[in-house]
Design a protein around this ligand. Structure first.
Ligand SMILES: Nc1ncnc2c1ncn2[C@@H]1O[C@H](COP(=O)(O)OP(=O)(O)OP(=O)(O)O)[C@@H](O)[C@H]1O
Ligand SMILES: [Mg+2]
Length: 628
């Protein structure tokens, strides 16, 4: 608390604010408007709009208070007074040219009022600025004058009425503003001088992550899941992340996932490019990489104790078998579906009566080739209805002795229940036409099963480019199902992609993923092959959101290493933030090969301790002993 002295001039403690006012017609610019371009975020084609008076708000880079007054006076009285003034000036106009000019001016005002039904108001604006430890009065005065001049207004230092203006600026005291310090104008003009931009505020939510405020870099806490959901801004917590290669998608995801992890979430990541290996090491998670001699194994037929073979599980098995059978799983006939469905039904009945039989792909295949085939023959099911030989032929590689016989015959399913951070790295099989979709599908399947069992905790599945493998027509239903189901089980599905082209090519997938992701996270699109118009159309961005996306990284502080990201929530709440991290976090999140290798050299030197290696590398970088 500091004393306020209004004796002559204003003094708060030792600080004397500089007060400037816009209170006389001559102070105001000739032209006003609701917006101006902000050149720093604009490009040739994209004009970034900000409020007309933003240079007196957030963009004025010193301590200040911007007071804005609009008086709604009695319109009739104002008009009456003005009419009277016109008459008086008219009678004196012969003697003075000045009087006739003023009379014409007032007349114009009255004409505009009558013709356009405009609302006359009285307005006053003032700025109170004061230096902090790093600046002096002169600097502050310069900053404010320059800001006012940017609007083509004339800065007027308040010498006499400072104390009065300060007093009137205290909330509740606005009636104390001297009326002769106001100008008569219309509402349309007066509101142009209101400050529309606000600072970002910390969320009160207990969960979320720290990002940087765009202008100042100040760290702020944001929750882009629960809070907007509770406020009704979004209807699901799913996220769609888009940015061209190198724009920082994986880096941002690392940051977001580490925050989610700290909040107690269960996370499953499916990646193709080793972008989460560092974070997984740091958090002590499970890292599954698909390797030839140690491949990931699943068992989609295995029903764990406590789980039941419900319709959903059966439907997902059917999707799997269809995708193993047909290149395009969507391209099956009704009778083929019936035939396949029947095989599963009979197989599970068979299992019940043969408790010694282990549920897995091999026993299903054998059952289908023997008992079920015989059953179809007995029923005289024709080949064109359900070609069981073709079915068995196409599925053979997954059966004992086949090329992929290990894949679906695990003795038990992977148990993801206890582990909170799991990464599936599918880089080795990303071009494999069979393994890639099947493995991706199995991972999603396991996630769904676990999601339904884990109660009361947030569950996240984030799929990097791998989603493309399953983004076929036939799988669209499955993706839709995943996106919709996670919502019901306090889960979040996230899809990370470089290019919207892949999504454009499948309208069903587009619907399934984009329409079910209320949060869209966009990175710098300037190197994207798709135009912003296309992106905006596909994602349903508003003009303002498209402007925001185009402004990403346009005016970054060159002395700092960070990138910007646009987080768009339900088309309602959209912001651009800095993703700025500590050196240690950078070393964990980076995807640059040489940087990752450097860290692993340090980890090796520290006898395999990730933490010690990380600390040593950060220390050496800080001391200048090494660099990235
Ligand atoms: N917020 C950031 N701060 C500092 N550096 C960053 C940031 N974001 C990205 N980078 C740098 O850019 C590199 C590439 O980022 P990232 O791997 O996230 O791109 P990407 O969009 O995932 O690309 P791809 O589609 O090829 O996987 C990172 O290794 C890091 O060096
Ligand atoms: Mg990436």
């Amino acid at each position: 608390m500091q004393d306020i002295s209004l004796n002559g001039s204003v003094k708060i403690g030792n600080k004397k604010p500089e007060i400037f006012s816009l209170a006389d017609l001559e102070d105001f610019p000739e032209y006003t408007g609701p917006r101006i371009n902000y050149d720093e975020y604009s490009t040739d084609k994209n004009k970034f709009s900000i409020g007309f008076a933003s240079c007196l708000g957030l963009l004025l880079d010193c301590n200040h208070v911007y007071n804005q007054y609009i008086y709604l006076d009695d319109t009739k009285k104002i008009v009456r007074d003005l009419e009277k003034k016109v008459n008086t000036l008219h009678s004196f106009s012969k003697g003075s040219r000045f009087n006739s000019i003023t009379r014409d001016g007032v007349n114009d005002f009255l004409n505009e009022f009558t013709a356009d039904h405009r609302r006359p108001v009285r307005a006053h604006y003032n700025i109170m600025a004061w230096p902090d430890s790093g600046t002096d009065r002169k600097e502050v005065r310069n900053k404010v004058s320059t800001a006012i001049a940017k609007m083509d207004a004339s800065p007027r230092v308040e010498l006499v009425a400072g104390a009065q203006l300060y007093w009137a600026g205290i909330p509740g005291n606005q009636a104390e503003l001297p009326i002769n310090d106001t100008v008569l104008t219309f509402m349309d003009q007066a509101i142009c001088f209101l400050n529309n931009e606000t600072n970002y505020r910390d969320s009160k939510s207990p969960i979320g992550m720290k990002l940087g405020e765009r202008l100042s870099g100040k760290p702020i806490h944001i929750d882009i899941s629960d809070e907007p959901w509770e406020k009704g801004i979004i209807n699901n917590r799913n996220k769609f992340i888009l940015g061209p290669s190198g724009s920082g998608k994986s880096f941002f995801m690392n940051k977001m996932m580490s925050s989610y992890y700290d909040d107690g979430s269960h996370i499953v990541l499916v990646d193709v490019g080793y972008s989460y290996q560092g974070l997984c090491e740091k958090l002590g998670g499970y890292f599954f990489a698909y390797e030839e001699d140690n491949p990931i194994q699943f068992n989609p037929f295995f029903v764990e104790s406590g789980d039941i073979l419900d319709t959903e599980k059966k439907e997902s098995l059917k999707s799997l078998l269809l995708s193993l059978w047909k290149k395009d799983a969507g391209n099956h006939t009704r009778s083929e579906y019936v035939g396949l469905s029947g095989s599963l039904k009979m197989y599970f009945e068979h299992l019940k009566t043969h408790p010694g039989l282990f549920a897995c792909f091999d026993t299903y295949y054998e059952f289908t080739g023997n008992q079920y085939k015989a059953h179809l023959e007995k029923d005289k099911v024709r080949e064109k209805e359900f070609d069981i030989l073709n079915y068995l032929y196409n599925l053979k590689p997954f059966y004992k002795g086949g090329e992929f016989d290990y894949l679906l015959n695990a003795k038990e399913n992977l148990n993801l229940m206890e582990q909170r951070f799991i990464v599936f790295e599918l880089d080795n099989i990303k071009d494999h036409p069979i393994l890639f979709p099947v493995v991706t599908l199995m991972i999603m399947e396991i996630f769904i099963a676990k999601m339904r069992k884990l109660k009361g905790v947030r569950k996240i599945i984030a799929i990097e480019e791998a989603w493309k493998a399953i983004a076929k027509e036939g799988m669209a239903e499955y993706i839709k199902y995943l996106f919709k189901t996670v919502r019901k089980f306090y889960g979040e599905a996230m899809v990370v992609t470089q290019d919207v082209e892949d999504i454009l090519s499948s309208p069903i997938v587009k619907k399934a993923i984009i329409n079910n992701s209320d949060c869209k996270i966009l990175l710098d699109q300037s190197k994207s092959s798709t135009s912003i118009d296309q992106v905006a159309e596909l994602l349903g961005l508003t003009d303002k959101e498209a402007q925001m996306v185009l402004s990403i990284n346009k005016n970054n502080d060159p002395s700092l290493k960070y990138r910007e990201v646009a987080i768009l929530l339900g088309g309602v709440l959209s912001r651009v933030y800095r993703t700025e991290v500590s050196l240690e976090e950078y070393l964990i999140f980076t995807t640059e090969k040489s940087e990752k290798e450097k860290l692993f050299e340090y980890v090796d030197e520290a006898e395999g301790s990730y933490d010690i290696g990380l600390r040593n590398l950060a220390k050496d970088i800080r001391l200048g002993h090494t660099s990235l």
